[in-house]
Design a protein around this ligand. Structure first.
Ligand SMILES: N[C@@H](CCC(=O)N[C@@H](CS)C(=O)NCC(=O)O)C(=O)O
Length: 142
């Protein structure tokens, strides 16, 4: 149940970035309120909190500056709630380096996928003729 003390996550249901933070907060049992948005619609709140106008954004109940970018939010969750299981990282710097490497790679792939998704939805005449074939989702999905 949301209260004035609850963290709020600006999210979109299909967003793979927000999903990582939602899973982490849910696994750790951190109470939070979801504010679902469609980030490219005119009523999105993201420009108020993130100059890059992207979600997810984590909002604090005491009006501290919000945190944006899923990786930073994830790092905050892991460190702030380090005493809660599951730990999500091991505390071993070399093992955690591998986990973070995988995270960076996944985010890079998701960035490319999201950009490709928007490119594939543009009017045919406006789409880049040099776009990689993987950006044609019909081909990529099949
Ligand atoms: N690097 C960012 C990427 C976030 C991202 O691309 N979010 C998408 C939704 S899945 C978005 O808000 N796009 C809005 C836009 O590009 O205008 C992160 O990890 O938080």
């Amino acid at each position: 149940m949301a209260s004035d003390q609850t963290l709020k996550l600006i999210s979109a249901t299909p967003s793979p970035f927000a999903r990582m933070n939602r899973i982490a907060m849910t696994l750790k049992g951190i109470p939070f309120e979801l504010q679902n948005e469609i980030p490219w619609e005119s009523n999105t709140q993201t420009p108020k909190y993130n100059p890059l106008e992207k979600l997810p954004v984590l909002l604090f109940p005491d009006n501290r500056p919000p945190v944006y970018d899923s990786a930073h939010i994830q790092e905050y969750i892991i460190q702030k709630y380090a005493d809660r299981e599951p730990k999500l990282l091991t505390g071993d710097i070399d093992l955690d380096l591998q986990a973070r490497q995988m995270q960076v790679l996944s985010e890079g792939l998701m960035d490319a996928f999201v950009l490709g998704f928007f490119e594939s939805r543009r009017e045919e005449s406006k789409r880049s003729v040099e776009r990689p074939a993987m950006f044609d989702l019909k081909e990529a999905v099949v």
